[in-house]
Design a protein around this ligand. Structure first.
Ligand code: CUA
Length: 356
């Protein structure tokens, strides 16, 4: 083949790979840019295990190349058999002891870290400190609910947490198995239907600033056709701002709508949507009855349906045909056909639902 063409192909292949990998390195999404204590510990373990693996590969490759060259069949020595060493005590001991040492180097920090990450005593203490933040995460096809049991508030899709302190999570699922993962901050852990998993995370303030104030959260367990679209966003706030947010959520009254178009939307909402969706953060219904995201702070959200950019056009697209955005979601088919006028009215109403 023409050498220039071959070089060009190689060059573009590497270029494409570099671009693709660059997409993985965003501070709001990358496990390689740890954004808190848990992510730091997990990153150190990754580095340690990767270094050991690379060391083993390099040493084995060097020995392999050496043996191939040193003991190759030479001209004139076709029948020469090198010295046989099977059963050599020295060699057997070397290649038994070295892996044991490597495994110990790997095992000790891994076990220690595992216990540290699993330490959720503080959240299960009956007399726990009022400032310990606990969030009940309930995963659903394909949305996330975040309940703050100590504050009596419920929100969904956008998780709000304080920075630079441990935040504890109770993880459950309402339908099938999902997995709660904030790649830059740590995890992941399964959300199951039959038991509660618990863990904690720390959201570093500096890393939050670097990430632009928002981390991406993902579902990390194949859970249906829209698994890859089951995203959520995390907004870590300094403690005082977090407290202010909690106060605002606790004081949020039933939304008061004045705009006539939004009022029309409210009427449609109260007829068709309220059975599943709540519009105040103080939702007293039991979990089984909360079959759709709480929309109290819908107007403040980062995304429509967890994935689309937050604007009216995308909200209309979602209301018109939810299945075109998230195939297999449970909202599709639960309400009759909406006219464009009704969609406009609902959009006005939903966008006016703000807490902040
Ligand atoms: Cu939920 Cu994947």
């Amino acid at each position: 083949m023409n050498k220039g063409l071959c070089n060009w192909r190689l060059f573009s292949l590497f270029g494409m790979m570099a671009l693709l990998l660059a997409g993985c390195g965003k501070p709001f999404l990358s496990t390689l840019q740890p954004a808190g204590e848990v992510a730091d510990m997990q990153y150190s373990l990754m580095l340690l295990s990767t270094s050991i693996m690379v060391l083993v590969i390099v040493v084995v490759a060097i020995i392999f190349v050496y043996v191939v060259i040193r003991f190759r069949r030479r001209k004139g020595e076709e029948n020469k058999i090198p010295k046989q060493v099977e059963g050599s005590h020295k060699l057997e001991i070397i290649w038994t002891v070295i892996p044991i040492i490597l495994l110990l180097i790997l095992a000790v920090p891994t076990v220690l870290t595992t216990f540290k990450l699993a330490d959720v005593k503080a959240m299960n203490d009956k007399k726990r400190d009022k400032n310990t933040v606990v969030v009940n995460v309930r995963a659903n096809q394909y949305w996330w609910e975040f309940e703050y049991p100590d504050y009596g508030i419920i929100t969904s899709q956008d998780l709000v947490v304080p920075t630079n302190e441990k935040v504890y999570f109770n993880l459950i699922a309402s339908d099938v198995k999902h997995s709660f993962w904030i790649p830059a901050v740590g995890g992941k852990m399964d959300t199951n239907t039959d038991n509660k998993n618990q863990f904690w995370l720390v959201f570093d303030q500096k890393a939050t600033d670097k990430a632009g104030g928002v981390f991406y959260g993902k579902c990390a367990e194949l859970c249906g056709p829209s698994h890859a679209l089951m995203d959520f966003k995390v907004r870590p706030l300094p403690r005082d701002q977090f407290d202010a947010w909690v106060k605002k959520m606790q004081n949020a009254k039933k939304p008061v709508v004045t705009d006539p178009v939004a009022k029309e939307g409210e009427a449609i909402f109260n007829k068709s949507c309220i059975g599943c969706h709540a519009v105040t953060p103080l939702d007293k219904r039991p979990a089984q009855a909360r079959t759709a995201p709480n929309l109290a702070d819908f107007g403040d959200r980062e995304r429509i349906a967890g994935i689309l950019e937050h604007n009216e056009e995308n909200l209309k697209k979602w209301l018109r045909d939810p299945n075109s955005v998230k195939p297999g979601n449970k909202m599709a088919g639960t309400y009759g056909h909406l006219t464009e006028e009704q969609i406009d009215a609902l959009t006005k109403y939903l966008m006016s639902l703000k807490v902040e």
